[in-house]
Write a protein that binds this ligand. Structure first.
Ligand code: PFF
Length: 469
């Protein structure tokens, strides 16, 4: 018998832990800032509840019905689809390789705040600490995943997610006392309907929601394989979406009042967390406590997400081979580590770069941005078109056409808008981000093609499963 969550709460906190991460607390405020503040909330909420939730339910239905990982779920649809499952698992590992680097930055800023040191990002990048932190974080994530679903992932999530909620709530209360609160909240929450005509804003909203909810990458499919039959998938998806949106909004209610109190630029993009905020913390009353709380909660949120990214392929590898979980974790994490080294060295004196762009930014702007809609597209299309199963139909009910028709169309449109350079990059890590669509799209499809080739060779490694209710 495969592993199971010990309770529904365990399942919910693990999935919320997967969803809530850097995307909510760091990326969301920066995307909002770049896309005209409150204007952006309308497409964002629409994308979350109308599109992401049904896709979440699709992943849950497939995972629970087959009680299996993403690769063998694709294999169940047909022999040639197994390769696509490996594409999803592989793309998620590429994302993990730089997500770990970012998590390492957060850990470093947390440790520095604890020690009472005010780090500047430039000062930090002038050392090799980013690489050291990457090694540490990689080790921690590997230890958690190799401990297993219950003893590792569930235990971590049930311990840290309540801390994340409480600390974030505390910070939001503190933000109310700041002189810039009203202005920050007004910027954040006032919808400006004129920008709704801008396709770039819609594209950014869809991109952000899929990223933030961890949907369309087989993460939720994998976690649902461990859930019991009695759990309502729609209710769970709703709870996860509400929690994810709530954390993002709370992060906005913390970040924007700080930004307006100090009179800094809200559209600083991703620089916000590592340049603007540390400066702000240094100048604020109780700034050190606030900095410790902010980076601490950001680290815990990122950790549970990184764990979920690794679990996708560990689950697949243990089923495709005779390997034990610790062995599969060690092998895969070894690969991710090698892949992550150039990203980890991007912001160090080594300055790893491609075409003059820091390697980390390059991976993020290419695979990090484009693999996500591609894998989401594969999941939506394969499990509604190639396999038109009773389980999925029954579970999705009236939302079935949304997944079968609307989501694939929207994903193609989002990818095209971003590739055409109409959407501002949501997560541009430095001022000189790459806007050239081709430079970003071509490597992505190169990587996906390699994964497809490897997946094709490995397609007979997994056995099909049987659909059941
Ligand atoms: N959803 C998490 C976040 O918002 O940070 C983690 C994540 C999962 C990020 C998958 C990116 C991704 F492609």
């Amino acid at each position: 018998m495969a592993e199971q969550w010990s309770s529904r709460l365990g399942f919910l906190l693990a999935t919320i832990g997967a969803a809530v991460g850097l995307g909510n607390i760091w990326r969301f405020p920066s995307v909002v800032g770049q896309n005209g503040g409150g204007a952006y909330l309308v497409p964002y909420l629409f994308a979350a509840f109308v599109f992401a939730v049904p896709l979440l339910v699709l992943e849950f239905a497939v995972g629970r019905s087959l009680r299996t990982d993403v690769v063998s779920a694709f294999r169940t649809v047909g022999r040639r689809y197994a390769a696509l499952g490996w594409v999803v698992a592989g793309a998620v590992l590429v994302i993990l390789s730089y997500y770990l680097v970012l998590t390492g930055w957060v850990l470093s800023f947390f440790v520095a705040s604890l020690a009472g040191v005010t780090l500047t990002f430039d000062g930090f990048a002038a050392t090799y600490w980013p690489a050291v932190a990457f090694v540490v974080v990689t080790g921690v994530v590997a230890v958690v995943v190799s401990a297993g679903v219950k003893a590792g992932i569930e235990r971590l999530s049930t311990t840290v997610m309540p801390i994340v909620f409480v600390v974030l709530g505390g910070l939001a209360c503190y933000a109310v006392t700041l002189p810039g609160w009203a202005e920050g909240v007004a910027f954040f929450l006032t919808p400006r309907l004129s920008v709704l005509a801008d396709p770039g804003v819609w594209s950014a909203a869809f991109g952000q929601v899929f990223f933030s909810l961890s949907v369309g990458q087989g993460i939720m499919l994998t976690y649902a394989a461990y859930v019991d039959e009695g759990t309502s998938l729609w209710k769970s998806a709703g709870v996860i979406a509400v929690a994810d949106v709530a954390v993002a909004c709370a992060a906005g209610l913390v970040v924007f009042p700080i930004v307006f109190t100090l009179g800094v630029e809200p559209s600083a993009g991703t620089q916000l967390a590592f340049t603007t905020l540390p400066r702000a913390f240094a100048a604020m009353p109780f700034g050190r406590v606030v900095a410790v709380a902010f980076f601490g909660l950001l680290f815990l949120a990122a950790l549970t997400s990184a764990v979920s990214l690794l679990e996708v392929s560990v689950a697949s590898a243990t089923r495709a081979t005779e390997w034990s979980r610790p062995r599969a974790t060690a092998v895969l994490m070894g690969g991710v580590f090698c892949l992550g080294v150039p990203s980890a060295l991007s912001y160090t004196p080594a300055g790893a770069a491609v075409l003059g762009v820091p390697f980390l930014d390059f991976v993020d702007a290419s695979v990090g941005t484009f693999a996500l809609p591609v894998t989401a597209f594969l999941l939506a299309v394969v499990f509604t078109w190639a396999a038109d199963t009773a389980v999925v139909r029954a579970e999705l009910g009236r939302a079935y056409p949304v997944v079968k028709y609307a989501i694939p169309i929207v994903l193609v449109a989002v990818t095209a808008t971003t590739a055409a350079g109409l959407a501002r990059p949501g997560w541009s890590l430095t001022a000189g981000s790459i806007s050239d669509g081709l430079v970003r799209v071509a490597p992505t499809f190169g990587v996906l093609a390699v994964l497809l080739g490897v997946g094709w060779l490995l397609r007979d490694r997994v056995r099909p499963r049987r659909w059941r209710r």
